[in-house]
Write a protein that binds this ligand. Sequence first.
Ligand code: COA
Length: 129
Amino acid sequence: MDLVTQHLVQPDDLNYHNNLFGGKMLSWIDEGMAMFAMMKINYTNIVTVSMDNVVFRSPARAGDIIQIYGKIIKTGKSSVTVKTLAISNNPQTGKLAEVIESEISYVCLDDKGKPYFHFRNFKIQSEKP
Ligand SMILES: CC(C)(COP(=O)(O)OP(=O)(O)OC[C@H]1O[C@@H](n2cnc3c(N)ncnc32)[C@H](O)[C@@H]1OP(=O)(O)O)[C@@H](O)C(=O)NCCC(=O)NCCS
């Protein structure tokens, strides 16, 4: 998987249990993976259609670095699906933990906002296993 983006967990990112708020992390993941998908498919007019199999595995705390990894797992006619894994990295202890995993699908749109069959003419070149 490629390292897609990183975020430092700040006090404003916490919920009332002092863990990283899940909705905050989902927005980091959605934004980071959308940019990753745009670059990989060379097309920018995309929208998120689904976030599936979202599993929260462990909490993250203030001071952790959230590292978001991803890879493309599927393309259809207009859609591309990515798998993503976020890891918390405590820079003081070096402890790593899986925080969240998910599969996200994005749909390419045309200039009228309708699904555009981008993958009729575009093949992703070199994907790592
Ligand atoms: C995304 C959207 C354009 C799809 O429109 P639609 O009329 O449902 O389109 P279709 O049924 O023809 O599906 C288009 C593609 O999306 C895929 N798709 C639709 N629903 C899906 C779902 N729940 N999960 C995964 N893929 C899905 C279809 O399989 C199809 O893929 P393909 O072209 O590769 O075969 C429309 O649902 C939409 O605008 N949703 C809102 C998007 C949004 O605002 N996102 C949040 C902000 S980015």
